[in-house]
Design a protein around this ligand. Structure first.
Ligand code: FES
Ligand code: FES
Length: 243
């Protein structure tokens, strides 16, 4: 933003109404807005409109996960997501993120424990001093959201904006492979679950509130032996076994 626009008062509509109209504040206009961070609305009051998203997250909202490594978009330590897109928060004026969904490394935890990516980074030796790791974790999450099974080259390309001065990148690449394998292993049973015969055995007709009509009429060719009880006619317990 040019100094001309400051001097001419073009940003007056964004300036806090409570702020006295003094010369210093015209040069450094203030704004009040709400950031939505990790699903929570966080008010920001009387903040200079030039403050970066990184500064506001760390210094005003107390979210110190994103790190300030260079302040100029080179190191990736400050990476966060804004509306699902990875950004260097040191380059984003915070006021422009008002109305957007901001996700920081603090928002990656699942049920109060580190995410699978964060755990894999720790397991694979990607963490030494740890300064770069919040940004790495955000980049890896962002990568896997768009590409669930990246090649090593794709992983390295995604990491090209994250600088690590300690551990190098081998551990991060290994962590990505581990997470991909874990997620595939966890999703495999659901994908391969085509055994429809298990459904009636989970809760037999009349047990557990299941509507018996949902199972349909027996096939016309089905002619049960009157001397042999049909197993589906047996009462079932809650665990699917005989009551
Ligand atoms: S602090 Fe933002 S890229 Fe380095
Ligand atoms: S672990 Fe120290 S900079 Fe990456």
């Amino acid at each position: 933003m040019s100094h001309d626009s400051h001097d001419s008062g073009d940003t007056e509509g964004e300036v806090s109404q409570d702020a006295p109209s003094t010369a210093p504040q015209e040069e450094h206009p203030l704004a009040s807005y709400v950031l939505r961070v990790n699903g929570t609305d966080r008010p920001v009051t009387d903040a200079w409109i030039g403050e970066s998203l990184l500064y506001v997250l760390r210094e005003r909202l107390g979210l110190a996960g994103a790190k300030d490594g260079c302040s100029q978009g080179e190191c990736g330590a400050c990476n966060v997501q804004v509306d699902g897109r990875l950004v260097a928060s040191c380059l984003v004026p915070a006021v422009t993120a008002a109305g957007s969904e901001v996700r920081t490394v603090e928002g990656l935890a699942e049920d109060g424990r580190p995410s699978d990516v964060q755990r894999a980074l720790a397991r694979c030796g990607a963490v030494q001093c740890g300064f770069c790791v919040p940004g790495m974790a955000m980049t890896v999450h962002d990568l896997l959201e768009g590409n669930p099974a990246p090649t090593e080259l794709e992983t390295r390309q995604a990491l090209c904006g994250n600088l690590c001065r300690c551990s190098g990148y081998r551990g991060v690449v290994d962590a990505v492979k581990e997470v991909v394998a874990e997620r595939e292993a966890h999703s495999a049973p659901a994908d391969g679950d085509t055994d429809g015969a298990r459904i009636p055995h989970q809760a037999g007709p009349g047990a557990g509130g299941v509507n018996a009509s949902a199972f349909g009429s027996p096939p016309e060719s089905h002619t049960p032996d009157p001397h042999t009880p049909d197993p589906h006619d047996q009462p079932y317990g809650q665990d699917g076994g005989p009551a």
